[in-house]
Design a protein around this ligand. Structure first.
Ligand code: ATR
Length: 283
């Protein structure tokens, strides 16, 4: 990688950022497209985020930035505006410099939908889907499914109250989609959601081999597509059982790559080298 006086800069702001795969992915994208830019991890403690954003404003050679945990929501009031996606999700994962202003964008939802299409051949239109969890990822997934025309989205979460809060927020924004919440417990079965075609795990359960099962995985049947946003390990217990029962399955690598590809395209105006980006983060 050559760095000279023309090099543009991009960053991922997080705390911590040690596990981020974005630097490797974007470096590969710049190399594959011959763009003179560098992408660096920027460790920003929560109480220094406002200073970091001021730093971004001073950087005239800024290409753009990604934002990760724990800053995705905290950065919203520090920016000059939001795209409709970022506004719907209440969270920013991508910062776009536009005419001297910093605009907050969110490519997580569109990245998720692109991954569903590429990895599962799944279109959200008319679908009945279950989203396990009620955190930021669940909200982005549920919002993007509703926005893409899903017929029904059910938030299934350990805390029913948190599930309801997300369901209400999605329903308020996309009234054409029927959005409800159910309580997640070890005996929950997919048959509690008639006509379910897609199940997405957004919880952290499955990251460790000692983790409990989230629900009765043996209730999965082959016509249900299963996506686990966890990508390390590449196949969680949920995905293993789903695959053994004949379900089409995919992990979170597709969403990671496609949210990055969309950020790259919005920063550079060029098509993203998706294949090179995926190769750079293959585990
Ligand atoms: P995000 O990273 O998407 O923002 P988060 O806010 O950390 O997620 O939320 C984690 C999600 O995993 C929550 O939905 C949490 O359920 P609760 O709202 O009931 O806490 C879920 N989660 C974490 N551990 C869990 C477990 N052992 N069983 C079931 N759900 C769990």
């Amino acid at each position: 990688m050559k760095i000279d006086g023309h090099t543009k800069l991009a960053f991922v702001l997080g705390y911590p950022v040690t596990h981020s795969l974005s630097p490797a992915m974007h470096r590969a994208a710049f190399a594959a497209t011959g763009i003179n830019a560098a992408y660096l991890p920027w460790v920003v403690a929560p109480d220094r985020l406002a200073e970091a954003v001021r730093g971004l404003r001073a950087m005239e050679n800024l290409l753009g930035a990604n934002v990760t945990v724990p800053h995705k929501e905290a950065i919203v009031p520090l920016l000059d505006g939001l795209t409709p996606e970022a506004e719907a999700f209440g969270a920013v994962n991508t910062v776009l410099p536009r005419d001297g202003k910093l605009i907050g964008d969110n490519t997580d939802g569109a990245g998720f939908l692109a991954a569903l299409r590429a990895d599962l051949g799944c279109e959200a239109g008319g679908l009945t889907a279950v989203v396990l969890g009620a955190g930021g990822a669940a909200r982005a997934v549920a919002m993007s499914l509703a926005r893409a025309g899903a017929r029904r989205v059910v938030l299934v979460n350990r805390s029913l109250e948190r599930g309801r809060l997300v369901a209400d927020a999605v329903a308020a924004r996309y009234p054409a989609c029927e959005v409800t919440a159910q309580a997640l417990q070890p005996r929950w079965q997919v048959s509690e959601v008639p006509e379910i075609r897609l199940l997405v795990n957004t919880t952290s359960v499955g990251l460790h081999s000692s983790d409990p099962l989230l629900f009765a995985y043996s209730s999965l049947s082959a016509q249900i597509m299963v996506c686990d946003l966890i990508y390390n390990p590449p196949e969680t217990a949920l995905l293993q059982v789903a695959r053994s029962r004949g379900c089409r399955t995919t992990n979170g690598m597709g969403m990671l790559v496609h949210q990055g590809a969309l950020a790259f395209e919005r920063w550079t105006g060029k098509p993203a080298p998706v294949h090179a980006m995926r190769e750079a983060v293959a585990i």
